[in-house]
Every structure is written in structure tokens, then in C-alpha cells.
Design a protein around this ligand. Structure first.
Ligand SMILES: [Zn+2]
Length: 211
């Protein structure tokens, strides 16, 4: 990694921008396990690891299974004064499906469920051939661009944090039992964090371009 990048240098090939502070660096081949960090803020820019793509594919597959399970298994059960009510994520979204709140049901299902699942599938489509040393599939670049552009709209993690905050309040009024779908969502957050830390976007773009 050669810092810094001077504006009078017109060769733009092999440049890598820090995702946090935008400083440009010139990339270099790294051995497995070596890290390249931003010279200004210390963000890890490249960290090639053996079988990193295969790990991301497996984590995406795990995330997809967890998400599909989380849709239909009970999310939580609230009971008070002998009355109890159990609900799944799908049931919660469908509760808003009538009347003027229908767009809310659509937004919940899209941002919490559909987009995260789509991103997992798209990542598997992009990385599976690369993990096996084969050329990228057709439209891999378009698919991975979609994965990146949809990231701000996939809100599974935000949903579970919001739910946890709400449960603290509800806990004072009724007995709340957490179902398997709640724990699946918690594991899902860890899986997503691991997946994001395994390989940088730059490495994936580089591999798509090379193959
Ligand atoms: Zn930086």
C-alpha cells in the first residue's frame, strides 16, 4: 500500500479508496493474512484470507436459512392476566395489511425480510464461482452492485435493536416470552457482521474484474 495519492498522478488503475475517510491509496498484492490499513484513519482496506469467498458464501447461506426460519417461527409471546398472544414476523406484518397501513406491511416485509434474503442470494450468485476458482457468472458485476446499493435498505439488524428496546418497555406491563425467531434474528446479526468482516468490497470487485 503506497500512500499518499497525488493529484498529478493520472494512472487510476489499482487505486483503492478508504471507505471511511476517502484517502486514495495504490494497491499492492498482499500475501494471505497480511493487512493493508488506511494511512490516515487505520481502517483495514485489504485483508486477503484463504478461502474468504467460500466463508462468505457459507455465511450467506446460513443467514438465508436463519431468515427463512425466522419468518414463520414464533417471534414472541405476550401474556397478561391469563390472556396470551403469540406472533411471528409474518403475522406482525400482516396485522397492518388492511386499510391505510397496508404500505407499512409492505415496507416491513420488504426491508426486514425480502431485501436481506435477496442480498444473501445475490452474494452467493456472485461469489460461488469465484470461490471455486471459476470465472464469475454473467451479470455478476450488476448483481454485486445491487448488493451494495440495497445495503442501506436491508434493515434486519435495526429491526431487532428496535424490538429489544420496545420489549424493555412492554416487559413492565406483561410477561414476554421470546420465541425461536427472535433468537434466529440475534444469530443473524452476528452472521451478517462476520460476513461483512471476512472480505472487503474492493477485493470482490477486483476478483470479478480479474475473472
Ligand atoms: Zn481512512
Amino acid at each position: 500500500m503506497t500512500p499518499p495519492f497525488y493529484p498529478y498522478d493520472h494512472d487510476l488503475s489499482g487505486l483503492i479508496a478508504c471507505p471511511r475517510c476517502d484517502v486514495l491509496h495504490r494497491s499492492e498484492e498482499l500475501a494471505d493474512g497480511q493487512r493493508a490499513k488506511c494511512t490516515r484513519c487505520g481502517t483495514v482496506l485489504m485483508w486477503p484470507r484463504k478461502n474468504a469467498f467460500l466463508h462468505v458464501v457459507s455465511l450467506s447461506f446460513t443467514g438465508m436459512i436463519l431468515m427463512i426460519g425466522a419468518i414463520f417461527f414464533p417471534f414472541l409471546e405476550i401474556s397478561t392476566r391469563g390472556l396470551s398472544h403469540e406472533s411471528s414476523i409474518f403475522g406482525v406484518a400482516m396485522a397492518f395489511s388492511d386499510g391505510f397501513l397496508a404500505p407499512l406491511a409492505f415496507a416491513v416485509l420488504t426491508m426486514i425480510v425480502a431485501l436481506p434474503i435477496f442480498r444473501f442470494v445475490a452474494l452467493i450468485y456472485t461469489l460461488w464461482p469465484l470461490a471455486n476458482g471459476r470465472p464469475a457468472y454473467r451479470h455478476a458485476a450488476t448483481t454485486f452492485r445491487l448488493v451494495q446499493e440495497l445495503q442501506p435498505w436491508a434493515m434486519a439488524e435495526i429491526f431487532i435493536i428496535g424490538t429489544a428496546v420496545a420489549l424493555v418497555k412492554i416487559g413492565g406491563l406483561a410477561t414476554v416470552s421470546l420465541g425461536p425467531a427472535f433468537w434466529a434474528f440475534c444469530v443473524l446479526i452476528i452472521v451478517i457482521a462476520l460476513k461483512n468482516s471476512f472480505v472487503s468490497d474492493w477485493t470482490i470487485w477486483n476478483a470479478i474484474g480479474r475473472k
